[in-house]
Design a protein around this ligand. Sequence first.
Ligand code: PDD
Length: 282
Amino acid sequence: MSRYSYVNGRFLPHRDAHISIDDRGFLFGDAIYEVWSVRKGELLDADGHFGRLQRSLGELRIAMPVTIPALKLVIRELLRRNRVRDGLVYLQISRGAARRDHAFPPAGTLPTLVMTAKRVDFTAADARADQGIGVLSLPDQRWARCDIKTVNLLPNVLAKQAAREAGAFEAWQVDEAGKVTEGASSNAWIVTADGVLVTRPADNAILHGITRATILRIAREAGLGVEERGFTLAEAHAAREAFITSATTFVTPVVRIDDKPVGNGAPGSLATQLRQAYLGPN
Ligand code: PDD
């Protein structure tokens, strides 16, 4: 079955989907992106991701190339053409293609909009959640606006690779004050010995995860204790549970941080319950 992608108003076979080598996303990383999971044909947390997409564009003063209702129709068609019922949608918008100059391009330069969709068999992710993952801690080397979902992911790429080489699934980045910021591609959480959920506040040092916001809401509605504050690695090592959240991992328990087990070294019950609450009945 051929795969289709979307480039600037056209659905194209994936192998024919190209952008200009003058594209500012390619030249400068002058672009933003979004990722949605698709379960049973529906985008998860759809509106949260559309809202963040508009915010990212606004922060960088990139014009939204299409309306949100039009974008929703395009995504639906992309899912249909790729026969995706369970999978992922990736969207990227750059400031467009123009002669290379660091400053913004001439007025009238059209943003580049690219979308891909792929099927995902979520059983691997489920198995990972059943086993729990290891994380590797390392210094956060990123810039001061991690709240904007830009494609400038080089520190994240290097952190994730370091984790993989250490046999860990995710990297936890640590700021200069010794507090965990977030994962290379997920938000970081612990559950204290007293059963309180702790995650860093949505400041400029982290991406304001859409899954994070939904889990906060679910936890508060369930009457769980929640604190939005930074936590240290020492706190994480002493925690009862730890987990990550993202559009692609949902809620996934962390059972090892560096060489130390978290809690009893098995996935925590709160993380497992939150995952079930997030995904709903199968
Ligand atoms: N990453 N923090 C970072 C640095 C991320 O890249 C992501 C998501 C998150 C979680 O955000 P959300 O819950 O909205 O997915 C936190 C996506 C999945 C990616 O880059 O593929």
